[in-house]
Design a protein around this ligand. Structure first.
Ligand code: PLP
Length: 381
């Protein structure tokens, strides 16, 4: 049965005031601001004003954020660290790995976000060898990982969806392959979470990092890191801080005793304002429905891909994709600027226009993008 693309926006679009004056179709960069997230920031200020320093409550909010994120990825709360972005969780993991035990390689794909490459290359000074798996055109087949993962591989670090072209990697197959060769798997789920269901047990990944400011509708300043329960006690992060300690309020200056849970991947004071917003965003996405959002955005993207074809433009995103559609341009920043003059918010990367719909976008939004592309036909490659 065809998806009714008016059903989801009819339920939720009114909660995002930006649509009163813009066509916002850029959730791969940042989710639109909802009434719920705005209210959560106001609540943070009200609580601060009313109580002064309600740290017990604020630590409880941090636990609520942990539990909400855990629910979203099918993990338990004690397998999740609350961080300030994705990078600190991945860096804490890197700091806990040793590379002098015969497994010195970290295999990454050329689809990774820069922070992933930078964190693993930073470990070269500690004996790590980083192996890049190259793309073949717009995709990276599992066979390319076959050639790169061997019995010296410690970790395979892959993204679920490429931020540059929207391609989706075959996470299950790559994970199975990595495990069969004794390597661990870290999934960067930032471009996926909130746009389609992710389940760490089903995928069988060992670690997962993400933040909340894109399809999870939160804002900057909050990220999460998942570590499979059995692995937590085997990892001893040296990038750390007092919120990673077994007893945060022991205030023990003379010892390092990391938490028995994944909290050992945390560091300092949690980002309380972003936690208020992150909970509001994640709960709103749960209310809207992530599986429904996937179907909805797939239908909008079919409409977009077909229309770009009719304009004789070139969609570079392969059929196996996330929510993001990338369109080749002769001058992507100029195309983003041209669309912005028509009140349409998109973004660009790597010579491509990025268009990323979400639950709140309508078929009319896609039509507006297509009409603007037609008016700027000379900027399509
Ligand atoms: C795939 C991917 N990973 C990671 C990040 C950002 O990581 P961090 O939260 O450390 O800034 C982004 C942000 O754009 C991303 O698209």
């Amino acid at each position: 049965m065809a998806v009714d693309v008016s059903a989801l926006p009819a339920r939720c679009r009114h909660r995002f005031p930006i649509f009163e004056h813009r066509v916002y179709i850029n959730s791969c960069s940042q989710g639109a601001l909802s009434d719920a997230v705005r209210a959560s920031y106001e609540q943070y200020l009200a609580d601060w004003d009313e109580h002064g320093a309600p740290w017990e409550y604020w630590v409880e909010r941090s636990e609520a954020a942990r539990a909400t994120f855990a629910r979203l990825i099918g993990a338990d709360a004690d397998e999740v660290a609350v961080t300030t972005a994705e990078s600190p969780g991945v860096s804490a993991l890197a700091s806990a790995l040793r590379f002098d035990d015969g497994r010195s390689k970290v295999v990454i794909s050329d689809f990774e976000f820069p922070t992933i490459g930078q964190i693993w290359h930073a470990q070269e000074s500690r004996g790590c060898e980083v192996v890049h798996v190259p793309a073949s055109g717009a995709e990276i087949p599992v066979e390319a990982f076959e050639a790169a993962i061997d019995d010296e591989t410690k970790l395979v670090s892959i993204t679920a969806v490429c931020y540059r072209n929207g391609a989706r990697l075959d996470v299950e197959a790559i994970t199975e392959l990595a495990h069969s060769r004794g390597a661990l798997v870290l999934l960067d789920a930032y471009q996926a979470l909130g746009s389609y269901p992710i389940d760490v047990r089903g995928l069988d990944v060992d670690f997962l990092g993400a933040g909340v400011l894109k399809y999870l509708l939160g804002s900057a300043g909050l990220g999460f890191f998942y570590c499979r329960r059995e692995l937590v006690p085997t990892l001893w992060p040296t990038q750390t801080g007092w919120f990673a300690d077994r007893d945060i309020f022991a205030m023990d200056l003379g010892d390092y005793s990391p938490s028995e849970t994944a909290r050992r991947f945390e560091s300092g004071t949690p980002p309380i304002p972003s936690i208020y917003a992150g909970i509001a965003g994640m709960e709103l996405m749960e209310e809207i429905g992530i599986a429904e959002t996937r179907e909805h955005v797939d239908a909008l993207n079919d409409q977009l891909v077909e229309a770009v074809g009719e304009l004789r433009g070139r969609v570079v995103t392969p059929a196996k994709r996330g929510a993001l559609i990338c369109i080749a341009s002769t001058d992507a920043p100029a195309l983003v600027a041209a669309l912005a003059r028509d009140g349409i918010v998109t973004s660009s990367r790597d010579g491509n226009l990025r268009v990323s719909g979400h639950a709140y976008n309508t078929s009319d939004d896609v039509e507006a993008v297509v009409a603007a592309l037609a008016r700027n036909r000379e900027l399509l490659a």
